[in-house]
Design a binder for this molecule. Structure first.
Ligand SMILES: [Zn+2]
Length: 299
């Protein structure tokens, strides 16, 4: 398959599937959820963002929870695991999340037992929820029993600090049991600098701003390059470098990191995966006549 732009959604459960070199790249979903539109667009005026993301009567916008599954031929790699099933009733009522990832993986023909690598770009609740599964008896077990999980040590430390600003975003049952059992490898900046590869064709790179240790995941095969950029560019409505989220811990840094990302992603024609875009899970990017990044049109 030649360069494609936004891949067509296959159905509600499997959002996209494309070959990438010799790899197969599938976008599964934990379903949609709702977040405050103002928080998602920071200082951008509502009159501008609502044209791209219409808000409901409570000012909430519809977002996706995209999990990328990469079959390299040797490994089955899962990137991000959605919100999961550990939200209490109040949080489920707020977010209206769907807990679909197990069904989505099944629809895509991905058996949790075949997954050998899970990567979390960061440890916010909506990125690592199905790392573990909550059972009716209250126990929590790894959703991917045979996988080695990877996350950044700084994210775990930040989550454990339970700061006023963002403690609601960090739910330790999503990672502590995996750390305690030795199933999760904690990456460090120094370690990533020395060797960013997780398995051949899959590597991580720091893009701080949303959190201090946000990691993008590069997927590369036979000259084709896809990148799961996570919450640096959460949806295709966030392509403008200045359209950063109110959630970002360091918006100035996020703006600089987006510019740094585009310096490679645009000329090298990367397939960019959007973590929270339900309708455009992936796209290639180009600059419009005003020099602003936009989704590349099919031609
Ligand atoms: Zn997120």
């Amino acid at each position: 398959m030649g360069p494609c732009t936004s891949a067509p959604a296959i159905d509600d459960l499997v959002r996209a599937r494309v070959p990438l070199g010799t790899f197969e790249l599938t976008v599964c979903t934990d379903g949609t959820y709702l977040l405050d539109g103002g928080a998602m667009f920071g200082v951008v005026p509502k009159t501008m963002w609502q044209k791209r993301s219409p808000a409901d009567e409570q000012n909430r916008i519809l977002l996706g929870l995209n999990t990328a599954v990469v079959r390299t031929g040797t490994h089955t790699v899962v990137i991000e695991t959605g919100i999961g099933n550990k939200q209490n009733e109040k949080m489920r009522e707020i977010h209206r999340n769907k807990e679909l990832l197990p069904r989505s993986l099944a629809a895509a023909g991905v058996n949790p037992d075949e997954v050998d690598i899970v990567i979390n770009s960061h440890l916010h609740f909506d990125h690592c929820g199905w790392n573990t599964t909550l059972h009716p008896d209250g126990t929590v077990t790894p959703t991917f029993p045979k996988a080695r999980y990877f996350a950044h040590r700084g994210e775990v430390e930040h989550g454990h600090r339970q700061l006023d600003r963002d403690r609601v975003s960090y739910l330790s049952p999503n990672y502590d049991p995996l750390i305690e059992s030795g199933q999760m490898t904690l990456l460090t900046n120094e370690g990533i600098r020395k060797d960013s590869q997780i398995v051949p064709g899959i590597s991580v790179e720091l893009f701080p701003g949303h959190t201090r240790q946000l990691m993008a995941v590069h997927i590369e095969s036979e000259g084709q390059h896809a990148c799961y950029i996570s919450d640096l560019i959460p949806t295709s409505a966030h392509l403008d470098p200045t359209w950063v989220m109110g959630y970002d811990l360091d918006p100035l840094e996020a703006i600089e990191q987006k510019k740094r990302f585009y310096k490679r992603a645009i000329p090298e024609n990367w397939l960019v995966l959007f973590t929270h875009d339900h309708h455009t899970p992936m796209a290639r990017i180009e600059l419009n006549d005003k020099g602003k990044p936009m989704v590349k049109a099919l031609r």
